[in-house]
Design a protein. Structure first.
Length: 297
């Protein structure tokens, strides 16, 4: 079972979050038929979204968008407070090989921006955007937290893709010093994190979220929360109809003009929905405009 664990260190006020989501990322890889470099990028962004979701309250969700000029073009992941996550990469069939034994996610992402959108149940979404620092995702998320949310944190993410293109390890951790943490403790943590082994190696060795957290912090953890993590897409026919309705009467009229069912594929799970001509006409009538008002001759 994939799991996210959140807790506090016992001897110093550090918030620590640990995550193992190997099965979840393997599911996403299978859904999108991603090649190894794309799999690693998608997994890191999904894991990053899950780590950010650990800071949310009930009913809230977060979207992480990574846009760059590299061959992947962009990666998107959405996670909610309950540990459900989904994601996609714009160009799934990208593999750049290995450099120093690691998949070149940063080069595949390129130069661009990290955009974080939070649905906090308010009238408007919270949005924060920062330039990518490396494209490797973990440092970019830490930079975002420090700059946009004034939340100093260390973030580590790792995805191990085997030679058969299967995801054998995926996860990460986040460590955030709380008010009251001593300067000496923060310095010790920083020095420890400089030498820590990759989180994917920890998972391959069989370590779970709590063990990863204690390895990262070097302190015992008082667990406060555990969540099962899973790939989940809430798309539905009704949501598709709502999305088409939001296009406006001109666009709906153009779809009707094609005289066939409109086919819509969900970016996140690749499920395809067919919207009949009758349903399109119904949506158009709901806009209080007839077809003759929107169709060109």
């Amino acid at each position: 079972m994939d799991e996210l664990v959140k807790g506090m260190t016992k001897d110093e006020p550090f918030l620590v979050v640990g995550l193992v989501d190997t099965l979840t990322v393997e599911t996403a890889k299978s859904v999108h038929d991603t090649y190894p470099t794309a799999s690693a990028a998608l997994g890191r962004v999904m894991s990053g979204a899950l780590l950010l979701s650990s800071l949310l309250k009930g009913g809230q969700k977060v979207v992480v968008q990574v846009a760059g000029d590299g061959p992947l073009l962009g990666v998107v992941a959405e996670a909610d407070w309950a540990g459900r996550v989904r994601g996609y990469v714009k160009r799934p069939h990208v593999h750049l090989g290995l450099k120093d034994g690691k998949l070149e996610v940063g080069r595949a992402i390129g130069t661009g921006y990290l955009n974080v959108i939070k649905d906090l149940g308010l009238r408007e979404y919270y949005r924060g955007i920062v330039p990518l620092q490396t494209g490797e995702i973990a440092m970019d998320l830490a930079h975002y937290l420090n700059v946009s949310e004034q939340l100093p944190a260390a973030v580590s993410l790792g995805v191990y893709v085997d030679v058969d293109n299967s995801v054998k390890a995926s996860g990460g951790f986040l460590v955030h010093p709380m008010p009251g943490a001593s300067e000496d403790a923060i310095e010790r943590l920083e020095n420890r994190l400089k030498k820590i082994r990759p989180v994917s190696a920890m998972i391959l060795d069989g370590m779970g979220p709590r063990e990863i957290m204690e390895e990262a912090a070097g302190l015992r953890i008082d667990v406060r929360e555990r969540k099962e993590v899973s790939f989940h897409c809430p798309c539905s026919k009704n949501r598709v109809l709502d999305a088409i309705a939001a296009l406006g009467k001109t666009e709906i009229g153009e779809l009707i003009g094609k005289r066939e069912a409109a086919k819509v594929e969900c970016n996140f799970c690749r499920k395809e929905y067919a919207v009949s001509q009758a349903e399109l006409f119904s949506l158009l009538m709901d806009t209080d405009a007839g077809p003759s008002d929107t169709m060109t001759s």
